[in-house]
Write a protein that binds this ligand. Structure first.
Ligand code: ATP
Length: 321
């Protein structure tokens, strides 16, 4: 951590040159201190151009999340949420998983995640100003056993949000990836607290690619895409606010009815509904079949050579054939 890095990045967010001298005067520190703070940004993977005689500059202008704008976009339900926007964290999911007493509906968003998580210890790639990454803590009266299907429910909130912004090509891939043109736009990671009987809590982590630099996008080890490629301009504050509003609706509905009340809507967005797929199992085997449906608890039903088989999300990956 370096306390000056983000204040400097906020000034550089305009995408213009700022001289080391001006920055040093503004923050009442030496130029060497500015240089150190910029160096720290680089260790976070943030590219800062440094040109002798002109100063420092980001490759392009970027926007930071603004708590007030996010709350405005949530609308009437804003009072439900406790929103915190942090500059640099290891993982927003980890913060909420570790804070035992966080209030219901606490949302932690981060400008930079240094160890963003995917499922099963995988990494989620994000980039300052180019990704939306946040986690939402939601408490349930029911036990963790009743939360199967929750990660699919969260996908429905993402669909309502993206389609609401006119991104009608966004689809889901079981259990909960968001795809555009078969490429991954957003990921969801849910971690549970509490016991099987209840009460319980879910930490719902979401990462959405806004406009990742091309080299970052191409270095992800599966086809990935960002919202910028859709040419529908979306402000990230609005995206987060509207998504939180839809999450509140979907999660309240889920608490009352479970996934069943959302199943038809989920199926209508499934990119692989009725399509041939390959299910990659934890033991390394692949099973091929055709997707038939999802069950009330979010289990995927696939017609295979051995008949109808049921796949539960935990350790299994679906891939198109
Ligand atoms: P599934 O097993 O459901 O197919 P997955 O392989 O997509 O899941 P997740 O845990 O959902 O895995 O997400 C982590 C994976 O997503 C990483 O291993 C990487 O392949 C990919 N990934 C990481 N960062 C990004 C990103 N910013 N955009 C798109 N994909 C990403």
């Amino acid at each position: 951590m370096n306390a000056l890095t983000f204040p400097i990045l906020r000034l550089l967010a305009d995408g213009k040159f700022h001289s080391g001298e001006d920055l040093a005067q503004q923050f009442k520190v030496t130029r060497a201190t500015i240089w150190n703070a910029v160096n720290h940004a680089e260790t976070l993977g943030i590219e800062v151009f440094s040109v002798r005689g002109r100063g420092y500059k980001l490759p392009q202008a970027i926007e930071f999340l603004d708590e007030n704008e996010v709350l405005k976009a949530i609308g009437e339900q804003r009072a439900w949420f406790k929103l915190e926007v942090l500059d640099e964290v290891a993982s927003t999911n980890t913060i909420l998983m570790q804070s035992k007493h966080a209030a219901h509906a606490t949302c932690v968003a981060a400008h930079v995640q240094t160890s963003g998580k995917g499922r099963r210890g995988r990494t989620w790639v994000s980039h300052l100003g180019s990704s939306l990454t946040f986690s939402l803590l939601w408490r349930f009266q029911c036990g963790a056993a009743a939360l199967s299907g929750l990660s699919l429910a969260v996908g429905v909130a993402l669909m309502r949000t993206l389609h609401g912004f006119g991104i009608n090509q966004a689809q889901l891939k079981w259990p909960n990836d968001v795809l555009i043109d078969s490429k991954k736009l957003a990921g969801i990671l849910i971690e549970l607290q509490g016991d099987m009987e209840g009460p319980s809590a879910a930490v719902i982590g979401v990462g959405v690619n806004l406009n990742l630099p091309k080299n970052v996008l191409h270095n992800i080890d599966q086809p990935a895409i960002d919202l910028a490629s859709t040419s529908v301009p979306i402000d990230q504050n609005e995206l987060l606010g509207v998504l939180l509003k839809h999450l509140a609706d979907v999660l309240s509905g889920f608490e009352q009815q479970g996934f069943i009340g959302l199943r038809d809507e989920w199926l209508s967005h499934h990119a692989y509904h009725g399509k041939p797929v390959r299910m990659h199992l934890p033991d390394g085997r692949d099973v091929q079949g055709v997707v038939k449906s999802v069950a009330e608890d979010g289990i995927l039903l696939v017609e295979t050579a051995l008949g109808l088989q049921r796949f539960s999300a935990g350790e299994i990956s679906l891939r198109g054939v």
